[in-house]
Ligand binder design. Structure first.
Ligand SMILES: [Zn+2]
Length: 509
């Protein structure tokens, strides 16, 4: 009886554990064996349970600074919602010549622990591994290792305001978001990597094959298919940075794919592939005309299973990008200048290419790799559904200082009119405004259509003039064109209604 009672006590615990970690040791050993030889040099690797906490993070970074004062420096970019200072690490050398600036961040989602740990491991290796130390002759590196600290300490995805920091990149409503943007634009990176982990046991996967499937990949990549990212830069990112990185993963028998996630459309599961959404980092960074990639390692919901393998995977990608950036050097800087010089028409909205394809999975019943027929919605094959001419500048009425503060957080130049001035501009009149019934990320979304009309308008002193001919300007189209899916209007940052004239104007040549 006593033993039976004890069993009843254990049972819910076992159920809870299996829910917390759905991955069997058979799947782990067959497809994702742990990398036991990874040296235990970071805080979480040094302990048996849990992940790096805030104090361990600070001690780890301060120790590196004390040991290598000439190579690494630590600053705090501001505080989280709960008041914790957010560390940013910079690595540099005094060697002369133009350097490539690389930004790396992890832990933007608080429940993706290997993203942070991979960056701590990278910092350690860059300072200790003699084969890597010469990289810093050619590169300045900024690392934001634990972006969403409040979320991380509770191992929850969102921040303390329950906002998803990777859906907040255009509206910048979360406490932390503007801090990240300001630190990012002060550093002016040429290359940016955002490290995440993905959930290999999605709810939709349980309905597939006989007894469900799990993702077949160690790592997936998001690199922007947004049509406002100059085509030249999209191809450069893929061909020059991603492809050689994949070859390195192959050498280490780590499996990879373009990022896919599921969504249900009229009752059918579809796979979204790639990214073109300016609200998330992969595309948001690329829209500032830099090389940008989001790295998704297999890890959410599996605790510390294959933890060293996950850390090593992230590290390998980081190290590959650093090596490529160092060897590209001037070529990379020229490529980004070419992107900044684009004069193409702009895309306001687009749709993904939808087609029948195949994807690999691991079948949970047979424990083997299988290919399934799926419907794909591919962001890399987007087509414009609404285009406009590229304006010379946007003008905003003096009342729009809240929007302007967000634009300035991107490091973009905004001029203020000293005296009233007349411009021949295009104004937007809202035709339709469909307001969403439910809130998304605490915002009331609006889907608008507008008509443009040309007029000569006198703008009062204090109005804002934002030139488009400046570095990193494509993000402006996504913020300011009202129909763009993540614009200030679409996200409800600028509420409007049918019949209204927007306080945003286009200056055309
Ligand atoms: Zn994530």
């Amino acid at each position: 009886m006593k033993r039976f009672t004890r069993f009843l006590w254990i049972l819910p615990g076992l159920l809870l554990m299996s829910q917390f970690n759905p991955q069997s040791s058979r799947i782990t050993d067959t497809f994702f064996p742990e990398k036991h030889d990874l040296p235990e040099v970071t805080p979480a690797l040094k302990k048996q349970k849990g992940f790096t906490d805030y104090e361990e993070l600070n001690v780890f970074l301060q120790d590196l600074c004390a040991k290598f004062p000439n190579q690494i420096s630590l600053s705090y970019i501001g505080s989280t919602k709960k008041g914790l200072a957010i560390p940013l690490v910079q690595l540099k050398s005094n060697s002369p010549g133009p350097k490539v600036r690389v930004w790396m961040q992890g832990g933007l989602h608080g429940d993706e622990p290997a993203s942070t740990e991979a960056l701590l491991y990278l910092l350690h290796q860059l300072l200790h591994d003699p084969t890597l130390t010469n990289l810093l002759q050619k590169i300045d590196l900024a690392v934001l290792p634990m972006a969403n600290i409040d979320g991380y300490l509770k191992q929850t995805r969102n921040n303390a305001e329950n906002l998803d920091l990777n859906r907040d990149q255009t509206k910048l409503m979360a406490t932390e978001s503007a801090l990240f943007k300001k630190a990012f634009s002060a550093f002016k990176p040429h290359v940016a990597l955002d490290f995440h982990e993905f959930r290999p046991y999605r709810r939709d996967f349980a309905k597939m094959s006989t007894f469900g499937v799990t993702s077949a990949y160690d790592v997936m990549f998001l690199y922007s298919g947004n049509l406002n990212v100059p085509a030249y830069l999209r191809t450069y990112t893929q061909e020059v940075f991603l492809k050689p990185t994949l070859a390195q993963l192959d050498q280490h028998k780590l499996t990879h794919h373009d990022y896919v996630s599921t969504d249900t459309y009229q009752g059918e599961i579809h796979f979204n592939q790639g990214s073109n959404n300016a609200r998330s980092s992969a595309t948001n960074f690329a829209l500032q005309n830099i090389v940008s990639t989001l790295v998704e390692v297999r890890g959410v919901g599996i605790g510390r299973t294959s933890f060293k393998r996950r850390i090593f995977t992230g590290y390998l990608v980081a190290q590959a990008y650093l090596n490529i950036a160092a060897s590209e050097g001037e070529r990379l800087l020229t490529a980004l200048e070419k992107a900044d010089a684009s004069t193409d028409n702009i895309t306001v909205s687009s749709k993904k290419h939808i087609y029948a394809g195949k994807l690999d999975f691991i079948d949970l019943e047979k424990t083997e790799r299988i290919a399934l027929d799926v419907t794909l919605r591919d962001a890399w094959q987007s087509k414009a559904t609404l285009s406009r001419s590229r304006p010379v500048a946007y003008l905003l009425e003096a009342s729009q200082s809240v929007l302007v503060a967000k634009i300035e957080a991107y490091g973009l130049q905004v001029q203020r009119l000293d005296t009233p001035q007349a411009f021949k501009v295009e104004q937007y009149t809202v035709q339709n405004n469909q307001r969403a019934a439910e809130k998304y990320e605490k915002m009331t979304l609006q889907e608008v259509t507008t008509t443009l009309s040309t007029l000569t308008k006198t703008f009062e002193a204090g109005s804002f003039y934002i030139p488009v001919n400046q570095a990193g300007s494509p993000i402006l189209f996504e913020l300011l064109e009202p129909e763009a899916p993540n614009s200030f209007v679409s996200f409800g940052v600028l509420p409007t209604k049918a019949g209204e004239i927007l306080p945003i104007y286009r200056l055309t040549p």
